[in-house]
Design a protein around this ligand. Structure first.
Ligand code: C5P
Length: 416
């Protein structure tokens, strides 16, 4: 296999020498494309000696051979290790100001990026948005490891071990990465998993023609389901009143009310073997206490203009029920959603933090709603909150598919 090994300018560039060795020893032809900054950490003679080929950073060398186009076109795999924050930003935005970024634009094979940087740079929303954008396009971005960084500091941002990087890179090259999928990674980190995703909004009937409902379109839940299927999971999609096309590879279980949704989820979970439940549906907290078998009339009689009172009863909290029924190691990973408008008692994040603690789920995805935000829209801004840490991952503003990818990026390695 012909591999382009990109190296960008971080101290972890020295570890790319081991990545190169592992690839050449496995019989692959490796062309190293360092950035100019990478050459300040590890010089061209090292790369040339280890790869047995000349090395260049610039599009101005060997111009008649058109290397800025040819390298990408002819590669079976492009792997960048380490990928700095700057390289991620340039790749995300399609810049082509050196040989490596030009190669990334012309490559139609799987592209794998292994980021390495200081924790502050990795957790900065700008880097998060760039990573999300790259992943949305099918680029495989390896999660950095946590541990000792260049200085005395520790945290996420460390380049994973060379063996791990090579394994992730080779896994991205599968026969599936052809045809329509060319240029997309074959991420299958949910292969063999069964996940349940709820989507849409429940409707609680008042009479044969009326119901109490909400504005949820189901777009976010459907994006979560589609992403899980794309990553190889078996997906049971419990859709409450959604008028979208069922994503490829998902088994739709249509429901209308909160009680029907509860029955559907419980049946799936009780069947065993469910690895994750993502409760993206907007479930009504209350339902009418009484259902009128015939349509409620505008007037009860001649001259009677009084209005009826709707009495409500509480619906079960389905997510809380799943948390309560946790059965140790066999329990599915539980993801809750929070749609918050803020109400003067705290901002959206504070309300979401309180909800995470109250609900006891493994991940809470908080969206800001109201003023036409989120509901029914294709784009959103979401905050991912985890128990036991104040750290928040903010995704967007961007397509709901970005939030879906971020959820599975987080959850996939944690499934029991
Ligand atoms: O408390 P709140 O309704 O804001 O919580 C939202 C989360 O809880 C969502 O994940 C939603 O699917 C879930 N939920 C539930 N059962 C309810 C209400 C909400 O599972 N009755």
């Amino acid at each position: 296999m012909r591999v382009v090994l990109g190296v960008s300018g971080g101290i972890a560039a020295y570890k790319a020498c081991s990545v190169l060795r592992l690839l050449t020893e496995a019989g692959h032809e490796v062309i190293v494309v360092p950035t100019a900054a990478a050459l300040r950490f590890v010089g061209a003679p090292t790369w040339e000696a280890l790869s047995g080929r000349p090395v260049s950073s610039e599009v101005w060398d060997d111009v008649p051979l058109v290397p800025h186009v040819r390298l990408g076109q002819e590669a079976d795999l492009v792997l960048v290790a380490p990928a700095t924050a700057d390289l991620l930003a340039r790749a995300a935005h399609g810049l082509a100001d050196d040989l490596l970024t030009s190669t990334l634009l012309t490559a139609r094979c799987p592209v794998v990026l292994a980021p390495a940087m200081h924790t502050e740079m990795w957790t900065h929303p700008a880097t998060g948005a760039n990573v999300a954008l790259l992943r949305e396009r099918g680029v495989h971005v390896v999660e950095p490891a946590s541990g000792r960084l260049t200085g005395a500091d520790t945290g996420p941002g460390r380049l994973p071990d060379p063996e791990e990087i090579v394994a992730a890179a080779l896994a991205a090259v599968t026969p599936a990465a052809t045809g329509d999928d060319a240029g997309r990674s074959a991420a299958d980190d949910l292969a063999g998993r069964h996940v349940v995703v709820t989507a849409g909004g429940t409707r609680e009937p008042l009479d044969p023609v009326r119901y109490l409902g909400n504005r949820s379109s189901g777009k976010q839940g459907y994006a979560v389901a589609a992403e899980a299927a794309r990553r190889g999971a078996r997906v049971s999609l419990v859709g409450a009143n959604v008028s979208l096309e069922t994503p490829a590879g998902c088994d739709l279980v249509p429901v209308q009310t909160a009680l029907e949704l509860q029955r559907a989820v419980d049946r799936l979970v009780d069947g065993g073997g469910v690895d994750a439940v993502v409760m993206a549906a907007a479930v009504a907290d209350f339902r009418p206490a009484h259902y009128a078998e015939s349509k409620i009339k505008k007037t009860h009689g001649e001259g009677d203009d009084s209005a009826p009172t709707i009495e409500l009863v509480r619906n079960p909290d389905i997510l809380a029920g799943l948390v309560e029924r946790r059965a140790g190691a066999a329990s599915p990973f539980l993801v809750g959603f929070a749609a918050e408008t803020g109400d003067g008692t705290g901002d959206v994040l504070a309300l979401a933090r309180a909800k995470l603690e109250r609900k006891g789920c493994d991940l809470l995805v908080a969206n800001e709603v109201g003023d036409g935000r989120t509901f029914g829209q294709d784009t959103t801004t979401a905050h991912l909150l985890r128990p036991g840490t104040e750290e928040v991952r903010t995704v967007g503003p961007g397509d709901k598919a970005l939030v879906a990818a971020a959820i599975w990026d987080h959850a996939a390695p944690l499934l029991r």
